[in-house]
Ligand binder design. Sequence first.
Ligand code: DC
Length: 228
Amino acid sequence: MIMKHINIALDGPSGAGKSTLAKRIASSMGISYVDTGAIYRTVGYAVRERGIDPSDAAAVRSILAGISVEAVFENGVQKMFLDGEYLGEKIRKNEISAYASKVSAIPEVREFLLETQRAVARRNSVIMDGRDIGTVILPDADIKIFLSADAECRARRRCLELGERGEQVDFTVILNEIKERDARDSGRDTAPLRSADDAVLLDNTYLDLDGTVKAALGIIFAVLERKK
Ligand code: DC
């Protein structure tokens, strides 16, 4: 159990297994897991609900002042609310992924969600996953990990995950989507996906979940030991 306030930033591309890893680390260290992708997905969901083109920055900007996006933690589990409505698994649908990726490239959307993310980290010991946690949201995080795996491996994992949720998908389609999202998330001007200079890189292409957790905990405790 960690007694002092601690912030861990976990960044990396789609499908590297950030959320699964973060949940395991959160439970083994007794801290909260903050899923920032879910926060962007909630905005993506709002945009889709209103029939707005997620690439139309002006149209997306115009709804921001009128929506309320809340992350509520219940027994350490993050729940997303849009205008007071609990969204549950609705934000997990594959079609929402592209909406989230597109709206997240709009600077005003990132600005709109910045303080929500920082406030959670100030109040709680967290492991927060996303794309710009170590670079923008929590530049002073105690520990930064950049998790990646090759695109084929991430596409396989994503197909399995969607299959478990009952969404049947084609591997090649998913692989192409992952490559498109990588290009969009890394190529955007605002807060592109990149590793912070002081992040530790962890490539889990050839690691299973237990191996990834073990490697990540090894990194965390080594950094904490060094900072003592
Ligand atoms: O991790 P995810 O697939 O749930 O994220 C959905 C999209 O949101 C992803 O394409 C990139 C974007 N995102 C972001 O730009 N910054 C974050 N901190 C988290 C997610």
